[in-house]
Design a protein around this ligand. Structure first.
Ligand SMILES: Nc1ncnc2c1ncn2[C@@H]1O[C@H](COP(=O)(O)OP(=O)(O)OP(=O)(O)O)[C@@H](O)[C@H]1O
Ligand SMILES: [Mg+2]
Length: 260
């Protein structure tokens, strides 16, 4: 089991991270990206719990690459991936890479308010045109977050992700980053999910409360590799009760009455 020290030495010196190109333009995150725009809020704290689980998995099992999937389209994979990566980037020392691994519906850049046409080089170009980690990864100095875009589409997502240079890309990413979060397609019906799962150490399955059909959830649980599964992330959960006591728990205490 790798210790903190072995993880530190297994990545390149911190200066090396500065060598990644900056993003072409500032982030303008969606208001739903609470871990970036509203840290400390009730909603952001729910992603802090997820961050805690991921950190525990890293410290206990040496896990580094986390793939986020769901049973059905639209369950909240991208929102969860970006919020998780944002929460992980709160760690003073954490070096976090967010990978746009869903080549069918890449949506990370759009959710972050970035112009996709200004970031045309990504995983697709790693697979097909010999691009490397340093050609592809862009850094956001403000949030300590690094992004690997999907890139301009070409070929089938399955063929792109099964190309040997993509495995090498992930090996390089493991050397440079403490956490790699991969936004993937759904686990049911999309064979490219299996390839991303193979490249990852652990998986998270996003389920939308009251939305994900039970049958799809059953299929997804059967489809994911049980040895890598860290469990289910309940999205769109009705947490009004928790939210109410969260607010009152943190309400500032009334100042003591002055003694007369
Ligand atoms: N908890 C939530 N609260 C509010 N809006 C949400 C929530 N989860 C997801 N959404 C919204 O639902 C839509 C789908 O979410 P998202 O893109 O994260 O899903 P996805 O699983 O990545 O979808 P796809 O399968 O198309 O990639 C987005 O507009 C997102 O902002
Ligand atoms: Mg998505």
């Amino acid at each position: 089991m790798p210790t903190e020290t072995t993880r530190e030495t297994s990545r390149e010196a911190p200066e090396a991270l500065e060598s990644f190109l900056p993003l072409a333009g500032p982030l303008q995150p969606s208001p739903k990206l609470v871990s970036l725009v509203a840290p400390g809020s009730f909603e952001a704290d729910q992603y802090e719990s997820l961050r805690h689980l991921v950190r525990w998995s890293a410290e206990t099992h040496g896990h580094k690459v986390f793939v986020v999937t769901s049973a059905a389209p639209g369950d909240g994979k991208t929102l969860t991936s970006v919020n998780l990566a944002g929460a992980l980037a709160h760690g003073a020392e954490a070096r976090v890479l967010l990978v746009e691994g869903d080549l069918r519906q890449p949506a990370v850049l759009a959710m972050l308010g970035l112009d996709e046409s200004a970031h045309p080089t990504g995983l697709v170009q790693v697979a097909l045109s010999g691009s490397t980690l340093h050609d592809v990864v862009r850094r956001d100095p403000k949030h300590r977050l690094h992004l690997a875009p999907a890139g301009e589409p070409s070929g089938s997502p399955y063929d792109v992700l099964s190309a040997p240079p993509v495995s090498r890309f992930f090996e390089d990413a493991r050397r440079h980053f403490d956490f790699v979060v991969v936004d993937a397609p759904p686990a049911v019906g999309f064979p490219d999910y299996r390839l991303l799962e193979k490249l990852a150490d652990a998986s998270l399955l996003v389920v939308s409360e009251g939305v994900t059909p039970r049958r799809m959830l059953q299929l997804a649980v059967e489809n994911v590799d049980a040895k890598k599964s860290m469990g289910i992330v309940l999205n769109r959960a009705d947490v009004r009760d928790v939210s109410r006591y969260y607010e009152s728990y943190y309400r500032p205490r009334r100042p003591a009455e002055p003694a007369s």
